[in-house]
Design a protein around this ligand. Structure first.
Ligand SMILES: Cc1cc2nc3c(=O)[nH]c(=O)nc-3n(C[C@H](O)[C@H](O)[C@H](O)COP(=O)(O)O)c2cc1C
Ligand code: SF4
Length: 668
């Protein structure tokens, strides 16, 4: 596909942007005192050099009460100079256009962070923080609007080319817009007109302060996805009014943080929310940006061609691969590191107050610390194991100029990715293997499949270094009946090695593997997505009946575990979505439950209230894994340098595997 639209310039109120790619605002937590740190500087510089058209720095705090010190500030004059030197540098060295986003979190701010009780249109508790804000007085309203204006002027003085006002995600302006959080009886509450007043006044006042010629954007929720909240219709109306009030661009994202509709997880279909941008675009004349899960360049190009929007937001795709725009423009598609929407390094980190990192890009947030430099002495490197740790190590080592051979005992690369990608919504993981194998081929890594590396071969061929990345193997519980024929392992189920799975299934182990296997089993009876489109398009079934089909699992699936919280090793932003799916599919989750015995047709468990026998014609074990590092032991006395990484060292998360692969390669 030719990327014609993606690289067409566009002009926003006199500001010409070289292409249609936007890096939207993302809180990175690379500061702890509102300052613009060297880490932020290096992160953004690398993305600017990678070819993005319009890059949003921040969000930036307009005051303390509506923010967190993990974001840069624009509420003090001292914030201007460091940002100015940064924008000057990027304007000098690149042709990126720079935006910043002005944020006030309203009721989603934390007292323990700011030291002040959060304020909001009405005292409606926040599901995010558990706190109840104070209702804003007319004086508060004026004060906050003044803060927006002053921050916008500082942004202009700091050299930004565009200022974006955040009016989405359940933060302050969207709290005014929504009847869910705005219960006011004055001129800022009640009718849609009144609820729009605060946001429109902010836009009007910022516009008037900046002058007519300065580009001003607004970011809105295309649909709040909140019960009783605003839909795409109200979003489009607000966008049209924002345009009248002076907005030059409308960035349309998905719903609120508090919604129960997933926004960013890998089960959100690519391009899912483009229809929201399209709905807004019909009502406005200014450029519209579409957002969320548009990282696939072909999808981005097709979306632009469809006329749904004028620009495409690439958030996490640019964390994973800063060079994405240039790689697409230069036709280097096989070099792209595709974001898999796992949220493990980025969104999950933010929600636990940690710095953003990336599962697939160990350099994200460490741009100045970690660089792949050419090896002074190229070495002969053997990597045993073609899972993520081994592949990342092979890739990085080859990039540094080493001669790398990768040995994989199976007939395909991927290791545990090959099972992790099977449950619903996890297919994105396949991109890791696809992307890494393409990049290994480009860099000349010799990949030997169905070829386990042996100690004998190491002795014969004498590599300088052996990297053991042989992963892990599943373990089973030591209870009576664990070796009965109807007892199988979750890994074998996910790899489709188990032909007969009964109707009454008990899964032992409620970690990610156990819960995701449960999800997988319950959707085996659900028709494919295309079937639903067909049924609804032709009105073959009523939507209510189609939905029943969607939620109908043909099996009784029970997950038991001693822990008191299932899927505890799943990241915060993905866990609730998995739990919701299990609930919708009727999976029974039994926490605080100890396995006692497995019989021919039952699983006997013990809970706080006594013993219970659960009927089971298939029992699936998901109780963990043990490192597989025999090769390292065999080579211990050989005199060969051996580095053990990833699960072969200790079973952990994907991010640990990739990071260790990368770091091992740098240490060769
Ligand atoms: C770590 C992180 C922080 C984010 N912070 C903000 C924010 O402060 N303001 C905002 O408008 N969107 C924020 N977002 C949402 C992104 O701008 C973007 O809409 C979202 O990541 C979906 O796009 P993507 O699929 O291209 O990543 C954040 C996203 C991530 C991953
Ligand atoms: S951590 Fe996962 S979701 Fe976040 S940018 Fe990296 S690959 Fe994408």
């Amino acid at each position: 596909m030719e990327f014609v639209k993606l690289f067409e310039p566009i002009t926003i109120n006199g500001l010409t942007v070289k292409n249609r790619t936007v890096m939207p605002a993302m809180g990175m937590a690379y500061t702890h005192d509102y300052s613009f740190t060297p880490r932020l500087r290096a992160f953004y510089r690398e993305r600017a050099l990678g070819g993005v058209g319009l890059m949003t720095v921040g969000p930036a705090a307009i005051d303390v009460r509506g923010s967190a010190p993990l974001m840069p500030g624009l509420f003090g004059d001292e914030h201007v100079e460091p940002l100015r030197s940064f924008t000057d540098e990027l304007h000098r060295d690149t042709d990126v256009r720079l935006a910043t986003q002005l944020i006030h979190m309203g009721r989603n701010a934390f007292t323990f962070v700011t030291g002040e009780k959060p304020i909001a249109p009405s005292p409606v508790p926040s599901r995010l923080t558990g706190e109840t804000p104070r209702e804003m007085t007319p004086e508060d309203i004026l004060e906050v609007q003044d803060a927006y204006v002053r921050a916008a002027l500082r942004a202009r003085d700091a050299g930004f080319d565009l200022v974006e006002v955040l009016a989405c995600t359940g933060y302050l302006i969207s709290q005014f817009l929504s009847p869910v959080t705005n219960r006011r009886t004055d001129e800022y509450g009640g009718t849609p007109e009144n609820r729009m007043r605060f946001g429109l006044e902010v836009i009007r006042r910022v516009r008037s302060a900046l002058g007519t010629g300065f580009p001003l954007g607004v970011r809105i929720a295309g649909h709040d996805f909140m019960e009783g909240g605003n839909t795409n219709q109200e979003a489009a109306l607000f966008a049209a009014r924002a345009e009248e009030a002076g907005a030059d661009a409308v960035n349309v994202t998905g719903g609120w943080h508090e919604t129960s509709v997933p926004q960013l997880t890998s089960n959100v279909p690519p391009g899912c929310f483009v229809y929201l941008a399209r709905g807004v675009k019909r009502q406005v004349n200014v450029p519209v940006f579409a957002s969320n899960r548009l990282g696939d360049p072909e999808l981005a190009e097709r979306t632009l061609r469809s006329g749904a929007c004028d620009m495409i937001c690439w958030g996490r795709p640019l964390i994973a691969d800063p060079e994405l725009p240039d790689k697409v423009r230069q036709g280097r598609l096989d070099e792209i590191v595709s974001c898999i929407s796992c949220n493990q390094g980025c969104f999950d980190s933010i929600f636990s107050g940690a710095r953003v990192s990336c599962v697939l890009n160990p350099r994200a947030g460490r741009e100045d610390e970690l660089r792949v430099v050419a090896a002074e002495v190229p070495r002969k490197v053997f990597v045993a194991g073609g899972g993520p740790a081994g592949m990342e190590c092979a890739l990085t080592a080859a990039e540094a100029g080493h001669h790398v051979s990768l040995f994989e005992k199976e007939g395909a690369l991927g290791g545990q990715i090959n099972l992790a990608r099977v449950p619903p919504g996890k297919r994105e993981l396949q991109k890791i293997t696809d992307s890494m194998s393409r990049r290994m081929a480009r860099r000349g890594v010799e990949v030997l499949l169905s070829n386990p590396l042996t100690a004998e071969r190491v002795r014969r061929e004498a590599p300088d270094v052996v990297v053991v990345a042989t992963g892990a193997r599943p373990v089973g519980p030591r209870v009576p009946g664990a070796d009965l024929p109807h007892v199988v392992n979750a890994w074998d189920v996910l790899m489709e090695r188990v032909a007969d799975i009964g109707r009454n299934v008990v899964i032992i182990g409620g970690n990610a593997t156990g819960c995701e296997t449960a999800h997988y089993l319950t959707v085996l009876d659900v028709p494919e997505p295309a079937v639903f489109t067909f049924l609804l398009f032709h009105t073959a079934e009523e939507p209510a009946f189609a939905r029943k089909l969607l939620h109908a699992s043909g099996r009784t699936v029970t997950v038991v575990d001693m822990v008191d919280r299932m899927a505890g090793n799943v990241g915060r932003t993905a866990r609730w979505s998995l739990m919701k799916s299990l609930r919708l599919m009727g999976v029974r989750l039994k926490t605080g439950t100890r396995l006692v015995e497995i019989t021919a047709d039952e699983v006997v468990v013990e809970t706080a209230v006594g013993r219970e026998a659960l009927p089971a014609d298939t029992v699936i074990l998901a109780v963990g894994a043990r490192s597989e590092n025999r090769l390292a032991s065999e080579l211990a006395e050989s005199g060969t340098r051996v580095i053990t990484i990833g699960d072969a060292r200790e079973p952990r998360k994907l991010q640990d595997a990739v990071r260790e692969g990368f770091e091992a390669a740098l240490a060769l």
